[in-house]
Design a protein around this ligand. Structure first.
Ligand code: GDP
Length: 287
């Protein structure tokens, strides 16, 4: 799903989350492990208003494990517990409940002291489109969730999903908008698939990816595309285009006259990156 965000959409999204927050004890903030800051809503602290929060770095199967470990530390330094997961395969998803319980333990203790039987913790998943919210809800539910609102006789509105006996999860996540005004953020979102590539210039995104890869993951390009000569000067656009042409030639993206089809090459580069075929790549690092 790609949403084009206009100020009206943002106001509505914010109001919807604020309505849900009234029902919620703990928020699960889902970020893309490859681009934790670029996949983060710029107003998230303000919107969540100090609710206890767990940060999950999703799609960690595609991210550089070393960078992810640094990001976990980065969030811990800000007092936010964070850890990586793969919602698609379920890796680390079992860790979520114990960590949510830790965040709510003081309330449970207070209830027990007053002689009140503690109820299940109420949680909400929030994040930008495509970060994996529905995938995670399905993993936590342990099954595909039916669209209950469409069935006759079933009440529309919020439904709770039981995650064991100790946590109830709202079945609809909070959708937040990304910080797309910054051009580099836009590139990272496009490269990872948070924004549809059709909305942007493919060659620009591919050049951004190649430049980043040459700087940080040269071996990934050499292994995947068999391009041996990587340029020293990443700001020399002609040198970078030469790398793209070499990739295009290797992958048979040739048009009549023997020229390289740069659009097709760009698409291959972007798709390979998103599928993890150049290795586990993080496009943003904290330190
Ligand atoms: P939502 O818009 O936030 O609800 O995102 P979705 O749950 O629809 O997921 C968006 C895309 O990301 C889908 O193609 C998912 O299969 C994919 N996805 C979700 N979690 C993971 C993950 O951990 N690893 C990978 N590789 N893909 C994932």
């Amino acid at each position: 799903m790609t949403i084009q965000w206009f100020p009206g959409h943002m106001t509505k999204a914010r109001r919807q989350i604020e309505d849900k927050l009234k029902l919620i004890d703990v928020v699960i903030e889902l970020l893309d492990a490859r681009i934790p800051l670029s996949s983060r809503n710029p107003m998230v602290d303000e919107i969540l208003k100090g609710k206890p929060r767990l940060v999950l770095l999703n799609k960690n199967d595609l991210a550089d494990p070393k960078a992810t470990a640094e990001w976990v530390q980065y969030f811990a330094d800000q007092g936010l517990p964070a850890f990586p997961i793969d919602a698609a395969t379920g890796t680390n998803v079992k860790e979520i409940l114990p960590r949510v319980k830790q965040l709510w333990a003081h309330k449970i203790e207070a209830m027990l002291r007053k002689g009140i039987n503690p109820r299940a913790i109420r949680a909400l998943i929030v994040g930008i489109p495509n970060v994996g919210k529905s995938t995670l809800i399905n993993q936590l539910a342990g099954k595909k969730i039916a669209a209950t609102g469409d069935k006759p006789g079933v009440t529309k509105g919020q439904q709770w999903i039981k995650v064991g006996t100790e946590m109830d999860l709202l079945d609809t996540p909070g959708i937040l908008w990304p910080k797309f005004e910054d051009q580099m953020v836009g590139m990272r979102l496009a490269a990872t698939g948070a924004i549809k590539e059709e909305l942007l210039h493919l060659d620009e995104i591919a050049l951004f990816v190649i430049k980043y890869m040459v700087q940080h993951y040269g071996a990934g390009i050499q292994e995947r595309f068999g391009v041996q000569d990587l340029p020293d000067d990443m700001d020399n656009i002609q040198e970078m285009v030469k790398v793209m042409e070499a990739i295009g030639r290797k992958r048979g993206c040739i048009v009549s006259g023997g020229k390289v089809d740069l659009d097709k090459t760009s698409l291959i580069i972007i798709r390979d990156l998103r599928a993890g075929k150049m290795g586990r790549i993080s496009l943003e690092k904290p330190f």
